[in-house]
Design a protein around this ligand. Structure first.
Ligand code: PLP
Length: 420
């Protein structure tokens, strides 16, 4: 197992020294307690350097130029496609489409699938989805006269499998659900759910939002047998503005592009256009080249630590935090996840007494403790729980039990302060 103290040294944000008279470190520093990795992870130095190196030393466009700089950029860029493919267990690098993030990936999947749908078909999603895996499907259904079904959750914050089973029928064209909930932390058994769906209707397209899974546990999209899998680079130690849409080759090769422009055609004239094969036909225009190259470095970084090690370590933090929160606050805390750690990733959302989550987050912020408060882009989930907002803490490899202790100590002060 690794030590968070050593890991912290890899992240420049923790070594930044704020001005002496600063009351709190608005620009990071050694006292920073960052408990908001579900929003975005911090970036290790190697990732920052990789993007900088591209920008400073070979910032040519890709797949166009025939001079050495452009060839180097293209080669580095395409190497990342290979890296992503191996990292997530895809069968081929041709199954990896670069996008600008999970939101872009899921919207792209929805647009790609639109032509396969007919009025009266059904799209299914769940009550735990982030808006990015909810709204594109809802809009697609609305525009095409489709039924849009939202599977409710059990009391334990898991997808109600019985209801899902009874909802799928021969008109079910798409089922979209997340691998890990960004609020409850629920780890869904993706392979089992996909098998269940395909046993009932083998032609159903299964779309997985893996935004909260990829940097926290080993994943294998081939084993999942999902048709599309979406995730973001910035939640896996990479830069913002980079995302992935994995698509099964057998599916991608049957789909027509929905965005048109440079880089995706073999030949074009007024009468006819010949598109490149997948995934290039889905990548019109110049991508975030430096960001994608740096994402490759982020993958190397995670692999050097080991995904099993990351999963195990974050699990110990989750168990520790759940126990300490319960011990400290008893009945005053309401944790909304499954709360049995084997089903819960390092995301814990809660309400504390009647204190507004915004007050909690703002006060923690004054102590250099970063957490998120609100609906976390999961309005349907909060509505289904009768809540307006929750406070969310989320872990990554640079967190320690000390961070949790510090957060809980300030939460105790907040509780006292707001009960006066
Ligand atoms: N899906 C889930 C589960 C998320 O947690 C997020 C971001 O928080 C997204 C989708 C959207 O990701 P992005 O904003 O990077 O597109």
């Amino acid at each position: 197992m690794f030590s968070p103290q050593t890991i912290k040294k890899d992240f420049p944000i923790f070594t930044y020294h704020p001005a002496r008279n600063a009351t709190h470190s608005v620009a990071g520093g050694p006292d920073l307690v960052y408990l908001d990795s579900a929003a975005t992870t911090l970036k290790p130095r190697v990732v920052i350097e990789a993007e900088k190196e591209y920008l400073e030393h070979y910032s040519a466009n890709i797949a166009r130029g025939l001079y050495p700089l452009a060839e180097k950029a293209t080669e580095k860029f395409e190497m990342v496609r290979e890296k992503v493919s191996t990292f997530i267990g895809a069968e081929s690098a041709k199954e990896i489409i670069f996008t600008s993030g999970t939101t872009d990936s899921l919207n792209l999947a929805a647009r790609l699938l639109a032509s396969r749908l007919e009025a009266g078909d059904t799209i299914i999603t769940t009550a735990m989805e982030h808006h990015s895996n909810f709204l594109p499907w809802k809009e697609l259904a609305k525009k095409n006269g489709l039924h849009f079904r939202v599977i409710p959750l059990t009391e334990k914050g898991t997808i109600d499998i019985e209801i899902l089973k009874n909802t799928i029928d021969e008109r079910t064209k798409i089922v979209a659900f997340s691998a890990v909930s960004n609020v409850l932390g629920t780890i869904n058994p993706v392979k089992e759910i996909t098998t269940l769906i395909k046993n009932i209707n083998p032609s159903t397209i299964v779309v997985i939002d893996a935004a909260q899974a990829v940097s926290h546990m080993p994943i294998d999209v081939s084993e999942w047998n999902a048709d599309f899998v979406a995730f973001s680079g910035h939640k896996m130690f990479g830069p913002t503005g980079v995302g992935i849409l994995y698509g099964k080759s057998s599916l991608l090769n049957t789909l027509s592009p929905v965005t048109f422009g440079g880089g995706m055609v073999i030949d074009a004239c007024a009468d006819e256009t010949v598109y490149k094969e997948a995934p290039y036909r889905f990548e019109a225009g110049t991508p975030n080249i430096g960001g994608i190259i740096a994402l490759g470095t982020a993958i190397d970084y995670m692999k050097s630590i080991g995904m099993e090690n990351i999963q195990k370590y974050e699990h110990t933090l989750t168990v520790y935090a759940l126990n300490r929160l319960r011990e400290t606050f008893g009945e005053n805390i309401h944790i909304i996840g499954p709360t049995y750690p084997e089903k819960q990733s390092g995301i814990i959302a809660f309400t504390l007494s009647t204190i507004h989550p915004h007050d909690i987050a703002a006060t923690l912020g004054e102590h250099d403790i970063c957490v998120r408060a609100g609906e976390h882009c999961a309005s349907p989930l909060h509505k289904s729980l009768g809540l307006h907002a929750t406070t969310r803490i989320s872990f990554s490899i640079y967190n320690s039990k000390k961070d949790i202790d510090k957060c809980i100590a300030i939460l105790e002060e907040i509780q006292t302060m707001f009960s006066k």
